[in-house]
Design a protein around this ligand. Structure first.
Ligand SMILES: Nc1ncnc2c1ncn2[C@@H]1O[C@H](COP(=O)(O)OP(=O)(O)O)[C@@H](O)[C@H]1O
Ligand SMILES: CC(=O)N[C@@H](CCC(=O)OP(=O)(O)O)C(=O)O
Length: 259
C-alpha cells in the first residue's frame, strides 16, 4: 500500500524554510513514502495587500475575500510561494510540480457564506487522479489553496483546511502541519500529545488562539479520515526521524489517551 504524507507548510514559515525542511521531504521519498506539499502564504498576502492599499480582515480565522483580495491571494499563493517551494525542492535533485486547485480542477469547492466571508470556499472534491499521475512520475506535488467552484470561478481556501481535505481524499496516513512554533504550547511548555477534548478546553480558555484555531480544527477533521497521526511542528523542530518526520505536538483521537 502506498503511504501518502501531506505536509502543510504555513506562510509563517515560508521565508524561513531551511535546507533541513527540504531534506526531510527527500528523506520521506527515500524511505518509500509519497509526500504532497500544501502551502499557505498568509503573511506574504498581507504584505502585498498593504502595498496595494487593499483592505482585508479575518473573520473566524478566515480572510474575508473580495475580488481584489482574491486576485492578490492568487498572485502570491500560485505565483510567488508555489514557485519558491517547487524550485527549492528541485535544488535538492527531486522532481516537483506546482499547481493550484484551479489546475485540472484539482480542488473543487463551494462558497462557505458569501455575505459573511466573500469568495472563500470549502473543498468538496479533490481530483485525486491528477495527483496520482504526478506521483507515479516521481514528482512531489506542491499545491496552492485556490479552488474552483461549480461555475468555474475561483475561491480562496484556508491552507490548513485544504491540507486536511487533500489528506482525506488521498487516504493519507500522516498529516504534518509545519508552522513557526515547534508545537502547541500551554504554560510555556510544548504539549507532546493532545486530544480533541483538551483542544476544546484550550480554545475556550484562550490558550489556543488566532491562526492556531483553524489549524487544530483542520487537524481534528483530518483524524476523522484514515490518518494515523497528525503532527503540528516547527520548520526547525528539535528532532527529525530518519523518515523525515519532525517532532512536535501529536494530535490523537479522544479514545487514545486519558486526560
Ligand atoms: N497555544 C498555542 N501554541 C502555539 N502557538 C499558538 C498557540 N495559540 C496560538 N498560537 C499562534 O499560532 C501561530 C501559528 O499559526 P499561523 O500564524 O496561522 O501559522 P501558519 O502560517 O503556519 O498557518 C503561532 O505563531 C502562534 O502565534
Ligand atoms: C480563506 C483564507 O483565509 N485563506 C488564506 C490562504 C492562505 C493561508 O491559509 O495561509 P497560511 O497557511 O499562512 O495561514 C489567506 O488568504 O490567508
Amino acid at each position: 500500500m502506498r503511504e501518502v504524507v501531506i505536509v502543510k507548510c504555513g506562510g509563517s514559515t515560508a521565508e524561513q524554510l531551511t535546507p533541513a525542511f527540504f531534506e526531510s521531504l527527500k528523506a520521506m521519498k527515500d524511505s518509500g513514502l509519497y509526500p504532497i506539499v500544501v502551502h499557505g502564504g498568509g503573511p506574504a498576502i498581507n504584505t502585498m495587500l498593504e502595498k496595494l492599499d487593499i483592505q482585508s480582515e479575518f473573520v473566524d480565522g478566515l480572510r474575508r475575500t473580495t475580488k481584489p483580495v482574491l486576485d492578490t491571494a492568487e498572485m502570491i499563493l500560485s505565483g510567488k510561494m508555489n514557485k519558491y517551494i517547487v524550485s527549492e525542492i528541485q535544488k535538492q535533485g527531486q522532481k516537483a510540480v506546482g499547481l493550484s486547485g484551479v489546475d485540472g480542477e484539482l480542488l473543487q469547492a463551494e462558497c462557505i457564506n458569501e455575505e459573511k466571508l466573500g469568495l472563500v470556499g470549502e473543498i468538496n472534491k479533490v481530483e485525486t487522479s491528477l495527483l496520482n499521475v504526478l506521483m507515479e512520475w516521481g514528482a512531489i506535488p506542491v499545491i496552492a489553496p485556490i479552488a474552483t467552484d461549480e461555475s468555474g470561478g475561483r475561491l480562496n481556501v484556508n491552507a490548513d483546511s485544504a491540507a486536511s481535505s487533500i489528506a482525506t481524499a488521498m487516504n493519507a496516513t500522516r498529516l504534518l502541519f509545519i508552522t513557526d512554533v515547534n508545537g502547541i504550547y500551554a504554560n510555556n511548555e510544548m504539549i507532546s500529545q493532545i486530544n480533541e477534548e483538551k483542544i476544546e478546553e484550550l480554545i475556550q480558555s484562550g490558550v489556543i488562539y488566532g491562526g492556531m484555531v483553524p489549524k487544530v480544527k483542520a487537524a481534528l477533521a483530518g483524524l476523522k479520515g484514515n490518518i494515523k497521526e497528525v503532527v503540528i511542528a516547527g520548520a526547525h523542530g528539535e528532532r527529525t526521524t530518519s523518515e523525515g518526520f519532525i517532532d512536535g505536538t501529536t494530535i490523537v483521537k479522544n479514545s487514545w489517551i486519558n486526560s
